[in-house]
Ligand binder design. Sequence first.
Ligand SMILES: Nc1ncnc2c1ncn2[C@@H]1O[C@H](COP(=O)(O)OP(=O)(O)O)[C@@H](O)[C@H]1O
Ligand SMILES: [Mg+2]
Length: 420
Amino acid sequence: MRNPKILVLDRGDALVQQVRGVTDGIRPRPEVASCTRVGSVGDVLTEEGPFDVLVAGPSLGTRAGLARLEVIHDELPAMSLLLAFNRRPEARLREIVRAGAIDLLQLPIDDEMLLESMQRAIELSRQQQVAAPASAAGAANSGIGRVFTTSSATGGCGKTFYATNLAYFLTHYTGKRTCIVDLDLQFGEVSTALRLRPRFTIFDALQRDEEDDSALADHIEEYMVRHDTGIYLLPAPKDPSEADRISPPDVTRIIEAIRTKFDYVIVDTPAALTEIVLAAFDLSDELFTLATLDLPSVRNMGVFLNTLDKLKIPSEHVQLILNKAEKDVGIDIEQITKLFPQGFMSVLPYAREVSKSINVGMPVMAFNPNAEVSRRIGAGLRSYLPEDVRERIPEVSTNSHNRFLGRLFRRSAVATNSNA
Ligand SMILES: Nc1ncnc2c1ncn2[C@@H]1O[C@H](COP(=O)(O)OP(=O)(O)O)[C@@H](O)[C@H]1O
Ligand SMILES: [Mg+2]
């Protein structure tokens, strides 16, 4: 068992001294690192981590500090977070809970209590680390494919672009069977984006008059078209009038049938919260919600997320992606990320390679894997791969992701300092 690693984040050094003192007796003996500049915590976490425990000092007890801890907790859920404070923390309880703190340490604290708390934090982190890979493997082996859905409140954000790249990414790195279902029933464009000429569509598949759904599953592949990269596609209807005849239960049947035959089902949707789309959301393991870097799109993303919340779609399975990000468009990424404390899984640049790849019917990750946009998509999606293939994502992707993380942390640090 490796030695536990503890990071103490506080402006002064009294807390880290006390933590060092009490944990000295724990076996295996923990390594205790400290970070006094709150602005560099992102770098310390990525460069010196992984840490089992993060002890955040009183300077982090502000709202902005907690918002930053929440981002850290989302990125590193297995790390236990302890929050130390002098008087009552300035933030509300809800914010403390959201930040993911497992314990509150009222300072000054006696050694015995601190030790007990540290031991518990180390133990909890261990359990988390054991639990996480096991559940990921379970999903892949259950014989029920995982469903990933792209969505957005406004059109043209890049749902179809992202869906094709997500499908390519998964099939390329895992070699597993991956299918895109085009649920943009009226104006579906996945077949155009991949330059495919389908003979059949989702509508034709639903015309089969089956006595049971296992027969639908057995024949579903006959209605699909296969792309050169190995991705399968169940296309949208050829005619919008056919689209009108597809009901939400039809969508449920189709996705359920496909997931018995494919490891990954990627669902592309129109920019609307119709019953058809909600039927797909209900079956989705993960929802990728896109917005572009303009105020209407970002504002509508906020409305969209509120609606998902009311529909009781668990927010931890909703990943935000900011697409077509460019400099000097009047709003900057920092402003936007402040509005969404849950953070963005990826920020993707506007890239000419995307149009070029679409013109040849290829996902940009296949057409130009080294383009920044491709690397950023890969870095964001890395954690969806089984652990043994993750290393195959070029190291540079991880770095660019870390740089982005680093920026996020630094950005919040500025907010903390100005609040404190
Ligand atoms: N990061 C990007 N850089 C450049 N062009 C992009 C990018 N993302 C998407 N596009 C282009 O923007 C247009 C809209 O994207 P699309 O995926 O069709 O959006 P949606 O499906 O959300 O309506 C397409 O022409 C697509 O090629
Ligand atoms: Mg689309």
